[in-house]
Design a binder for this molecule. Structure first.
Ligand code: FAD
Ligand code: DHB
Length: 387
């Protein structure tokens, strides 16, 4: 079997790339290890940057996002017994975020690809990559796919990045001494916008999915397992970390799911090796505090789809040659922002009294200085795309 672009992984990166390439008449095949149901139910990110929402809309996959997602024009930073609104509408006029679950984006992209007749294959296990510096092909127990290019969109633990010969990529990595417990609950949000709360007990985040479903995160020790936390303990801790301003009561309800996410910063450079192009989490990850992971995946894919489109239209390779450098500029901006938000808001066990006062001084500065708040806002809603 032969195709032009073989795509490994049906997460947001692989699915959006397939959709954009198919729209230009470029043949693709997507190979995904897990089932469709698994991909559609995996709960992860929830914040779409302005440019991400615009990209999904321009690609014709934004109808449900616009109908069911919620546009927010600010977030709250809560610390020291007060809430401070970072007002996007004032600080970065015309730019906002859309709160819409990643698994809904994935559902929309799978439906659009299937409607367009894209060859999407689920439950393909044991994929290996070959010929990435010459004649690329993908192999698995039941088959072989020869292609012009392989797009490695298989996430941080995927096979694509691991197939690059040792020593050809440079990895930059940082791990954090905590994880996030993620909680989905059948309860109306207790606040109209996201609340990022830095308390003496640790960080917590109040987000939402709809008028009846809320999403929460708690900073927890890195070795935490979901079963370590009862529903009662979750609500006690969420209340203790959020009910720190006068008049705020956190509504509680049935817990629907609990998960644990590790916190890591990672970049592999360059994002291309021969005929293998890495996109999204396969190339880089960020701690979730800045809500950037999914948005970076979309930004990479936009650059990659343009480069491949140009290659097949005119034979020009300059955009493909520039792919890695073009993406890495935005990637490193998001790396810095995500690290910055993480260090600003979390409690570090090894911090001494000086470190804690410094962290508080920094939070005060963000709350009081328009310049600092603007820096946060412009990164949070996301920089516009280059070109
Ligand atoms: P993925 O979504 O990881 O998709 C990769 C796909 O490749 C998956 O479907 C996977 O099954 C498939 N795959 C993997 N290996 C193979 C293989 N060998 N063969 C075939 N297919 C393979 N970001 C936030 O902003 N906020 C959050 O709260 C947040 N929470 C997260 C929680 C978790 C547990 C994780 C892992 C990530 C979270 N992220 C979060 C990050 C965000 O979800 C990712 O940045 C985003 O999913 C990246 O999309 P992607 O398509 O690059 O990778
Ligand atoms: C969500 C996740 C994030 O990592 C974040 O910073 C904000 C919101 C969410 O899942 O809703």
């Amino acid at each position: 079997m032969r195709t032009r672009v073989g795509i490994v992984g049906a997460g947001p990166a692989g699915l959006l790339l397939a959709h954009l390439l198919a729209a230009e008449g470029i043949d693709v095949v997507v190979l995904e290890r897990r089932s469709r149901a698994h991909c559609e139910s995996r709960i992860r990110a929830g914040v779409l940057e302005q440019a991400t929402a615009d990209t999904l809309t321009a690609a014709g996959v934004g109808d449900r996002m616009r109908a069911e997602g919620h546009v927010h024009h600010g977030i709250e930073l809560r610390f020291g017994g007060e809430g401070h609104r970072i007002a996007f509408d004032e600080l970065v006029p015309g730019r906002a975020i859309t709160v819409y679950g990643q698994q809904e984006v994935v559902k929309d992209l799978i439906a659009a690809n299937l409607a367009n007749g894209v060859d999407l294959r689920f439950e393909v296990e044991g994929i290996t990559l070959g010929g990435i510096d010459g004649e690329p092909h993908l192999q698995w127990a039941g088959g072989r796919l020869d292609c012009d290019f392989i797009a490695g969109c298989d996430g941080f633990h995927g096979v694509s990045r691991a197939s690059v010969p040792a020593g050809r990529l440079t990895a930059y990595e940082k791990t954090y001494p905590f994880a996030w417990l993620g909680v989905l609950a059948a309860v109306a949000p207790s606040a109209p916008e996201l609340v990022y709360s830095a308390s003496d007990r640790g960080f917590s985040l109040h987000s939402m999915r709809s008028d009846t479903v809320s999403r929460f995160y708690l900073q927890v020790p890195p070795e935490t397992r979901p079963e370590d936390w009862s529903a009662a303990a979750i609500w006690d801790e969420l209340k203790a970390r959020h009910e720190t301003v006068p008049g705020f009561t956190l509504a509680t309800g049935p817990v629907m799911s609990v998960d644990v996410a590790a916190m890591r910063s990672f970049v592999a450079e360059p994002m291309r090796f021969g005929r293998l192009l890495l996109a999204g989490d396969a190339a880089h990850i960020v701690p979730p505090t800045g809500a950037k992971g999914l948005n970076l995946a979309v930004a990479d894919v936009r650059v990659l789809a343009r480069a491949l489109g140009e290659y097949y239209r005119s034979g020009r390779e300059d955009l493909l040659d520039a792919y890695s450098a073009t993406c890495l500029e935005r990637v490193w901006r998001a790396q810095h922002f995500s690290w910055w938000m993480t260090t600003l808001l979390h409690r570090f066990a090894d911090a001494d009294a000086y470190d804690r006062r410094l962290q508080r001084a920094h939070l005060d500065y963000v709350a009081r200085s328009r310049a600092q708040a603007t820096a946060l806002a412009e990164n949070y809603v996301g920089p516009p795309y280059e070109g």
